[in-house]
Design a protein around this ligand. Sequence first.
Ligand code: HEM
Length: 183
Amino acid sequence: MPVFVCFLLGLTPLLWLLLYSWQGMLGANPVELWLRLSGDWGLWCLLLTLALSPLSRWRMLQGVLRWRRMVGLFSFFYALLHLTVYLVLERALSWEDIAQDIGKRPYITVGILAFVLLLPLALTSPRRIMLRLGSTRIGWHRLVYPAALLVILHFFLQTRADWHVPLLHAVVLAVLLAWRLVR
Ligand code: HEM
């Protein structure tokens, strides 16, 4: 699959959201939909990044590992979009309200911690920096494990009703981490 196809696939969720926003088809609370869906895509790309190693063990999927960096960067891209929607559209850059949120809503604090752990992964992804870091990059990239665990905790803490949704994501993450431990 050519690189630009993988890139377009990664951008499709955002293009879909932009199109539906432009057509006014996002229902009564478009900001909440932007916030939730950008969070979902950030998490799904993160889980897909972790799934590429076990998938590449299958002979016919051996080549999927070359997409790992791009999928990982899309996870960060959607997490960044998620944070931007929260700061700008949900909280209108009111630092007072944001500080109150951090104080009162643990899931916001956990979300910020997860984002802080994803940041060095994104910053050390450009090829030039990867080459300069050499094998120390592997240490940095182990941050993906606590980051993924924090995102799942963030998902659980913000859930008011359907526990089975974050639970399903937690099971997928547990399987991906168990595979690594066994291996
Ligand atoms: C940077 C700090 C973060 C903030 C301030 C934040 C804020 C929020 C808020 C306010 C919600 C609730 C949305 C609602 O139902 O109204 C939420 C949900 C969510 N966030 Fe975050 N978040 C952060 C980081 C992250 C990161 C890094 C990820 C994943 C990579 C993520 C993934 C999710 C997911 C999956 C949901 C649940 C969406 C759903 O209900 O389908 N968040 N976040």
